[in-house]
Write a protein that binds this ligand. Structure first.
Ligand SMILES: C[S@@+](CC[C@H](N)C(=O)[O-])C[C@H]1O[C@@H](n2cnc3c(N)ncnc32)[C@H](O)[C@@H]1O
Length: 386
């Protein structure tokens, strides 16, 4: 058997064994652990085949797995591909051709609704055709240069021969797989953060001396963004997961952030008030638990395994959390509501709830589109307490 046939067999085994209950990259890690004969090159090939299978979502899912893998490889390829040359030499000739030409060659057209059955839920302004096709390419790796570090970072990346694309004052797009930690040894110089996620910071209007609560902080990406914009903010960070707050503490230490307090808090618990260090905040960042549908270019397996009913479950949790945290906003204070979702139930409808049930005056609201620039798509709104 040729190595290409071996790769196909292994990819088929992964795809048929995977049920969506854990992230695909974890499943692949375990798969390779129990197949130790595969070297790093083999692993890379198999992993690529599996991801290219999932990228077109549910499009042409009725095809046999191996056939569907090849279709995925062909649509995703941006240049000649050795495996495609082996199995489908005629397709490989067209590997760099525009998508329309490739689709015409396969004889099966693109059907956005079949590929991504959640299209009717998209937030206003998101173009379904472009959005679904964007999943065919992995988004870029983005880093955010911390204040004053851009020039030094660019020098290191240049010396390492990395093709870097600066975007604005702080963002850099890098090729996926760039070993940033060995190229930029000082971890306090930068944060790995998606471009759209970085842009949520444009909506943090914090002033020195104010008290801000990052209430779904996870490992603190938005918190560090806030402090980089206004270092003299008093920050309180919380999350329901103790383990992720440990990551936050480690990340803050590496970033040189010392002035903050952090606590494990469940925002749905009736005891919330008693557990807070203060009951009035000038600002709250609510980066809500969500479907993550704006980030599925990085985790395309979700397009296959996400259930439509989960949208309503997330929307309910988001409203519950919003209702529970807004009482702790100072009059005149602002809540920044963020999701990495493309669904209107989690976005516009949550904002309407913030207005009608939580008494906030919405001053800014909209999608941060990432799908046309190799980034995640996010949503941000700012509500002010009268
Ligand atoms: C989108 S993530 C936050 C990402 C983070 N702000 C960042 O910039 O990296 C949402 C977070 O909400 C947390 N969460 C989910 N349910 C919660 C609850 N009931 N109370 C508090 N936090 C919750 C999750 O643990 C998760 O870390």
């Amino acid at each position: 058997m040729t190595r290409w046939e071996n790769y196909m067999n292994a990819a088929e085994k992964v795809i048929t064994g995977y049920d969506g209950s854990i992230p695909l990259h974890h499943y692949l890690k375990t798969f390779f652990k129990v197949h130790p004969h595969m070297g790093s090159r083999d692993r890379r090939w198999v992993q690529q085949l599996v991801y290219q299978y999932f990228r077109p979502g549910r499009w042409q899912n009725e095809q046999p797995v191996k056939e569907r893998i090849l279709l995925g490889v062909f649509l995703c390829a941006q240049g000649p591909d050795e495996l495609l040359a082996f199995f489908r030499p005629a397709w490989n000739e067209l590997a760099a051709a525009p998508l329309e030409q490739k689709l015409a060659t396969t004889g099966v057209g693109w059907n956005a609704q079949a590929a991504f059955p959640f299209l009717p839920h998209l937030s206003a302004g998101i173009d379904g055709e472009t959005f679904t096709r964007a999943h065919l390419q992995q988004p870029h790796l983005f880093i955010r240069a911390r204040p004053g570090k851009m020039a030094a970072i660019l020098r290191l990346l240049d010396a390492a021969g990395v093709a870097v694309q600066p975007i604005g004052e702080h963002a850099l797009a890098l090729p996926n797989g760039t070993k940033t930690d060995s190229i930029i040894p000082d971890k306090s110089w930068y944060e790995v953060q998606d471009l759209s996620s970085q842009e949520t910071g444009l909506h943090f209007h914090a002033k020195a001396g104010e008290h801000w609560w990052d209430c779904c902080a996870a490992s603190g990406g938005k918190s560090i963004l806030l402090l980089d914009k206004e270092p003299a903010v008093h920050l309180f960070a919380s999350d329901v997961r103790a383990s992720i707050l440990e990551n936050l503490k480690k990340r803050f230490a590496e970033a040189g952030v010392k002035n903050y307090s952090a606590k494990v808090l469940d925002l749905t618990a009736p005891t919330l008030r008693a557990q807070l260090p203060r009951t009035r905040f000038d600002g709250i960042i609510l980066d809500a638990p969500c479907s993550g549908s704006g980030t599925w270019g990085r985790t395309p397996e979700n397009i296959r395994y996400f259930k439509e009913s989960q949208i309503a479950e997330y929307a309910r949790l988001q409203k519950e959390i919003a209702a529970n945290v807004t009482p702790f906003l100072q009059p005149g204070g602002t809540l920044v509501y963020i999701t990495c979702s493309v669904f209107r139930e989690e976005n516009e409808e949550a904002v309407e709830y913030l207005r009608s049930h939580c008494g906030l005056e919405i001053t800014e609201s909209g999608v941060i589109g990432g799908y046309e620039r190799g980034a995640d798509t996010m949503f941000v709104a700012v509500g002010k307490k009268p």
